[in-house]
Design a protein around this ligand. Structure first.
Ligand SMILES: [Zn+2]
Ligand SMILES: [Zn+2]
Length: 1002
């Protein structure tokens, strides 16, 4: 826990003097007597008794005020003793090594009579002084209301203004009356400064001599530190001083309408702030103590109703700050605790804490004091934690989201200081704690509670991750903290993927401002930068989130675009990079890349895996790399496929589902059906981002499909090689589930990928090569099966490995049939089937025949029809052969048509124009900045369309064919852009506005 350096005014008063003159016992006795005396007077005769006593001598004016003044002096004396102990090093040195006098002083401060006297003084504040102050104020308000304007002078000279509402009203509804400095309710109470100082001094007496849990832990049972600490806790419990302090602080006035010049209120609010800070520091120590030493006494103290109430109201106060943040920033007249009043805190930080205090530290203390003792209390549904120690699951989840939001804003503020504020680490650890509590809340909850709490919990996690991935955050909290959080909240993501659509939509709206997908992208980059390989669990978590949330998030984003709502923040890394990220111009820009960047990253990882495989294949068949690379590809491919197509037979989920919805989502809000392409009016501001989103989504699907086709081809070749190896034969003898998976993968990915590709895109990806590769797999499988069954026909073997192979074989005629039905492809298909050099149809038919004779007959039939030379006949035959698969294929038609219609202004989807992507199809550049969207790109100076991540990629692509197409792309661009709109293409315009695209010539 970060140590707050308390400012010590007088270092000279040594422990020796305190002990020699028995200052602490004397002062305590006197304090007790003063308080008792006042009580006796009150008891003896009420108001009359008081006036008699006043005449009698001890009190010569207001007896309560005088008691408070006495109490202030005496508690300050005791606090001075506590400071001496603190300066002597009780928090830093081993207890046993402290001088005798210091240890004696610690004993005296923690002695029961001392604590009882302190408790009595605090009780006086809570039961007498605060109510008296409220009453006096109400009376004064009445007087003001009748007498009128003469209060203004008093108000400006006030040492403190007291709000006109009772303190326990936590609702931050500071009425307009309270906010007006000259309102009649603002006035001075003479009680207020002594009350505040007294409370601060008592809190100081508790926290400054407190023996830290670390010391106790080190000393072990029976040590002097342990014994002294026990005495302290026991005294605290028996005297009730902690309970009284919590009650008094809760009852004390909230942030008043502080004057502009805070030096006027140095005594009063400043002391109250310090009292709250001390108290929370003490509670934090106590929580740490409870956690480290499992002390039953500490647990008991933390669960005392008043203490628990203070801890929870701390969370509520923080949550209120987060809610204010969401509504556009905390108001200067924040109506919560003085401790959370930023202006006062900053003033006091300079005046009393030598710059050692920060809002981040305060958040840290409040959160830790509240949730640290309860960290594991929710982990199972039946847990019966001490009553009062923990709030309900739902309450906690509901508070967590705004709290995490407030903390995130604070973390960003701390990280932006230079050098980053040292309190950032503590704040991030607290955030970590929030996420781990959420984890146990969710994983331990019964089903119905789980789902109810999930939107809150997900939003909270979004903020936690957002905060932990602040640039300074990484430096201050060890390696990949965000990775740890992702692992921690994995269960949440699993739950999210099971939610019904309506709940998902609600979650998506909550997640929108947190930029969760961008943060996850960042987490993967961190892993890559660190270990070089993202951990499987992180990838799975990202896929889970994309699977469940990508479409709802994009939908929510489109809705907000359409409604013309100022676009919420982008990932903070980009916000910093963008000079336009300030307040002007209706909020920071949003780019489709912010959400789709994570998909691009995954696509690049798949590309990289495929590139590895190509290298391995080139290196020789028996590369001793085992099945690991195959398994990787086998996991990656379907993952990416799920994200784009949902991996389904119907386009009901994944990005393709969004494509189907786009026409409805893109309708102008005003219902301008008359706006046709003939009307060259620029798109409305709301429609512009929507049009860009549509293009970006289609480009993303194209990217994924191309990547998948590329992967499938090299995967099939690797698999065929593997099946011919001795290693495979050995693996056949063991459990074969993995082998089954390896064989099934191409069947599960090929069809959805082809079904969702526009014909032209598919043709460009050279699908005949994949068909040939599939043939090689089937052929290899037949050989392997034959070898395993000692020469028996392959399809008679019973090994479960081969049970799914016929399905894979079906995949081949299905793919051919699908393509033959497309007008743009039928010619190419006929060419392949007629036996061009590209595809060995005879080999394909025999490979398929060994697993599925029916499927082979279909290919043979299509081959015959192709020979006739009439494409219409071939297409008709294909339709006839497709049978059941035909309905499925038709269902995908809208997706293919949307893709065929092209991207922005009808421009081709490849190379991408809206989605920022290096033009080199084999680029695997994952460096970037924090996220994919940060990757710097430069335009090709020839066509000014393709963008590259660097000269290496540009040269590679130039050689691979851009040289030939550069001019064509350039002219294609100008035609399509002209058709789209007379104004500059939005893609380019806003990219420049966001400072993203470097226009350097390459
Ligand atoms: Zn590149
Ligand atoms: Zn070019």
């Amino acid at each position: 826990m970060p140590q707050l350096t308390f400012s010590i005014h007088s270092r000279n008063a040594g422990a020796d003097l305190f002990v020699q003159y028995e200052v602490v016992p004397h002062a305590s006795r006197l304090l007790q007597r003063v308080v008792d005396h006042y009580a006796a007077i009150r008891a003896s005769g009420g108001a009359e008794g008081l006036s008699a006593a006043t005449r009698g001598g001890l009190f010569n004016r207001d007896p309560l005020l005088q008691t408070l003044e006495f109490g202030r002096v005496l508690t300050l004396t005791l606090e001075q003793g506590a400071k001496v102990v603190s300066v002597a090093g009780i928090q830093t040195k081993p207890y046993d090594r402290l001088p005798d006098a210091v240890r004696r002083l610690v004993e005296q401060l923690g002695a029961l009579p001392t604590l009882q006297a302190l408790a009595g003084a605090v009780r006086l504040v809570a039961n007498e002084a605060l109510p008296a102050m409220t009453a006096a104020k109400a009376a004064a308000a009445d007087a003001d209301a009748t007498s009128g304007a003469c209060t203004q002078q008093a108000a400006t000279q006030s040492a403190c203004r007291v709000p006109d509402r009772p303190a326990r009203q936590t609702a931050p509804a500071a009425g307009p009356a309270a906010a007006t400095p000259s309102s009649p309710s603002a006035h001075v109470s003479p009680y207020y400064p002594p009350i505040c100082i007294l409370l601060r001094a008592v809190a100081g007496c508790l926290v400054l001599p407190c023996i830290e849990s670390a010391a106790v832990q080190k000393a072990g049972a029976g040590g002097a530190a342990t014994a002294a600490s026990r005495r302290q806790l026991m005294g605290c419990k028996v005297s009730g001083v902690l309970r009284e302090m919590c009650a008094a602080v809760l009852a004390a006035p909230m942030a008043a309408d502080l004057p502009a010049d805070l030096t006027l209120v140095d005594e009063g609010p400043g002391d109250m702030l310090q009292a709250q800070l001390y108290l929370h520091t003490y509670l934090c120590n106590l929580a740490l103590h409870q956690q480290r030493t499992a002390s039953a006494l500490a647990t008991e103290l933390l669960a005392v109703p008043e203490v628990a109430r203070l801890r929870w109201s701390g969370l509520e106060q923080l949550a209120a700050l987060g809610t204010e943040e969401a509504a556009g920033g905390a108001s200067p007249a924040h109506a919560g605790w003085l401790l959370l009043n930023r202006r006062l805190l900053e003033h006091e930080n300079k005046a009393r804490f030598r710059g050692n205090l920060s809002m981040g530290l305060v958040f840290n203390y409040i959160v830790d004091a509240a949730i640290m003792p309860a960290n594991d209390a929710w982990s199972s549904p039946g847990t019966a934690a001490s009553p009062g120690l923990v709030p309900s699951r739902q309450r906690l989840a509901a508070l967590a989201a705004p709290i995490a939001r407030a903390m995130c804003a604070e973390a960003e503020a701390l990280a932006s200081q230079s050098p980053p504020n040292p309190h950032l680490g503590g704040l991030l650890r607290s955030l970590h704690r929030v996420s781990s509590v959420l984890h146990s809340v969710i994983s331990g909850a019964p089903e119905f509670e789980k789902h109810a709490a999930l939107p809150d919990a997900l939003e909270a996690v979004g903020w936690v991750l957002c905060a932990i991935s602040t640039p300074g955050g990484l430096a201050s909290s060890g390696a990949s903290p965000a990775t740890m959080v992702v692992r921690q909240v994995y269960a949440l993501f699993v739950e999210a993927s099971r939610l019904p659509p309506t709940s998902l939509a609600a979650c998506a709206r909550r997640l929108l401002p947190t930029g969760l997908l961008g943060t996850l992208d960042f987490v993967i980059r961190q892993e890559l930068a660190g270990s070089g390989e993202p951990e499987g669990s992180i990838i799975t978590a990202c896929t889970l989130v994309l699977d469940a949330m990508l479409v709802p998030i994009m939908r929510a984003r489109l809705e907000s675009c359409r409604a013309g709502v100022p676009l919420p923040l982008r990932h903070k890394a980009q916000r910093r990079a963008s000079p336009a990220g300030g307040k002007g111009g209706g909020g920071p820009l949003w780019h489709p890349q912010d959400e789709l960047g994570l998909v691009v990253t995954l696509a690049k990882l798949v590309r990289r895996e495929a590139a590895f495989a190509v290298v391995r294949l080139a290196a020789g068949a028996e590369a001793p790399s085992g099945t690991e690379h195959l398994m990787n590809m086998c996991t990656w491919g379907p993952m990416l496929c799920r994200i784009t197509t949902g991996g389904m037979s119907l386009p009901t989920s994944g990005l393709v589902a969004l494509v189907a919805d786009l026409p409805a989502l893109l309708l102008p809000a005003s219902g301008g059906a008359g706006a046709t392409t003939a009307d060259p009016q620029p798109l409305s501001p709301a429609a512009q981002p929507a049009e860009r989103v549509r293009a970006a989504v289609l480009e993303t699907i194209t990217l994924c499909n191309r990547t998948l086709l590329q992967l499938l081809e090299v995967y099939c070749d690797s698999l065929a090689v593997y099946m011919g190896s001795r290693e495979f034969a050995r693996a056949m003898l063991g459990p074969t589930r993995q082998l089954e998976r390896l064989l099934m993968m191409p069947a599960s990915v090929t069809i959805p990928t082809m079904q969702s590709s526009a014909p032209a895109e598919l043709l460009a990806a050279q699908p005949q090569r994949l068909l040939a590769a599939l043939g090689r797999v089937l052929e290899g499988a037949a050989a392997a099966a034959a070898a395993a069954s000692h020469g028996q026909p392959a399809n008679s073997t019973v090994s479960p490995v081969w049970l799914t192979t016929p399905e894979l074989a079906t995949c081949v005629p299905q793919s051919i049939g699908m393509m033959a039905m497309e007008e743009q492809l039928v010619g190419a298909v006929a060419g392949w089937l007629r036996g061009g050099s590209e595809l060995d149809v005879g080999m394909l038919v025999s490979a398929v025949a060994s697993w599925n004779p029916g499927a082979a007959m279909v290919i043979a039939r299509l081959q015959r029809e192709a020979a006739s030379g009439d494409h219409a006949v071939l297409a008709e035959a294909a339709r006839a052969c497709m049978q059941l698969a035909l309905t499925e294929y038709q269902a995908w038609k809208p997706v293919r048509e949307a893709a065929a219609a092209g991207g922005l202004g009808g421009a081709p989807l490849w190379p991408p124009r809206v989605l920022r992507l290096c033009g080199n199809p084999s680029c695997c550049n994952l460096d970037g900045g924090g996220v994919e969207a940060d990757l710097k790109l430069q335009r090709c100076s020839g066509c000014r369309v393709l963008r590259y991540c660097g000269a290496v990629c540009q040269r590679e692509h130039w050689r691979q064919g851009h040289k030939a197409e550069c001019a064509a792309v350039a002219s294609g661009r100008s035609v399509s852009m002209f058709a789209a709109s007379a104004s500059p293409a939005p893609a380019v315009a806003s990219d420049i506005a966001g400072g993203w695209v470097c226009m350097a010539e390459v």
